[in-house]
Ligand binder design. Structure first.
Ligand code: GLU
Length: 294
């Protein structure tokens, strides 16, 4: 049997909150229980919002939490060439296209559609599925944008990708806590069509969350992806990309979410639940563990 390798993959675009603490602690516990390793990946592809100061503070929070980390740390901003080659591989397969619609144009198109009483499909995160440039722009306008310096996103042609794979994909899901860690995996059918044509890169950024996560899980030799249930459905996209790129399939473990008092997902902008402010307010890490049900 290979040694399990877990990872915690936060973005230093704000302070870690109690939800991140749960994720980091569950990964650390699972790595210990299964005699594996526990790596950190800094997901800092958004260079406008991620800062080295926030990254430093993130490591301070992790040290305070007392999670034992293994080396090396992978920093996505230092790995753009790897995402670029994965993207080129997908382009060579003919499953990537440049998409020129702006956010405002997508919004306008979807509202005009919905005003007529028809529902426009939404992805599992609630965002409208990309309508395709030809649904909105004239041939002439599309050509004009392609020939100009207009911004674009490189999107996965999901239909073409699924056709190329030509089989029903699945992923293996296992429990994230306690005894469930040791259970047998369940096969979950992949439903990537509901995501539509996801963004893989942009004109000025050679990658996106979906692309870099699969490339890095493979590069770091991650065998067990343990993350929040908010990313459960994203696993379908990740499995499609893994199959297209010939990357190994890790086991997936999705953990419960800690919701705010309003019943919503916690956000990095809410200072009340940031580990930093709780710590500065005198909370101990033992009290924190109790607070998040560990
Ligand atoms: N960077 C993502 C986040 O902070 C996590 C990515 C993952 O675990 O796949 O939500």
């Amino acid at each position: 049997m290979t040694m399990p390798v877990f990872r915690f993959a936060p973005s230093p675009n704000g302070h870690l909150h109690v939800g991140h603490a749960l994720s980091a602690l569950l990964n650390a516990r699972a790595a210990i229980a299964l005699e594996g390793r526990f790596l950190v990946r800094v997901e800092d592809i958004d260079q406008t919002r991620c800062t080295s100061q926030l990254e430093e503070e993130m490591f301070e929070d992790l040290a305070w939490l007392g999670v034992p980390l293994d080396e090396p740390v992978l920093r996505q901003s230092e790995n753009f060439s790897h995402y670029r080659s994965a993207l080129e591989k997908l382009q060579d397969m003919g499953v990537v296209y440049p998409a020129y619609l702006t956010r405002a144009e997508i919004k306008r198109f979807v509202s005009s559609f919905e005003e007529r009483g028809q529902a426009w499909p939404r992805d599992p995160d609630g965002a409208p599925v990309y309508p395709g440039d030809d649904a909105v722009l004239s041939d002439e306008e599309r050509k004009k944008r392609a020939d100009s310096d207009a911004p674009f996103a490189l999107r996965l042609d999901m239909k073409a990708a699924l056709q190329k794979l030509g089989k029903q994909l699945t992923w293996k899901e296992v429990g994230a806590e306690g005894k469930a860690l040791f259970e047998r995996s369940r096969q979950i059918p992949v439903d990537a069509a509901t995501w539509g044509d996801v963004v893989l890169a942009r004109k000025d950024t050679p990658t996106s969350y979906h692309l870099s996560v699969v490339v890095d899980d493979a590069r770091q030799g991650i065998t067990d992806v343990l993350r929040g249930l908010d990313l459960y459905h994203a696993t379908s996209v990740h499995r499609v990309l893994q199959e297209l790129l010939g990357l190994p399939e890790p086991l997936y473990r999705h953990h419960r979410l800690i919701l705010g008092e309003d019943g919503r997902k916690l956000s990095k902008s809410n200072q009340d639940t940031s580990l930093r402010s709780l710590r500065q307010g005198g909370l101990t890490h033992v009290q924190l563990r109790k607070m998040i049900g560990l």
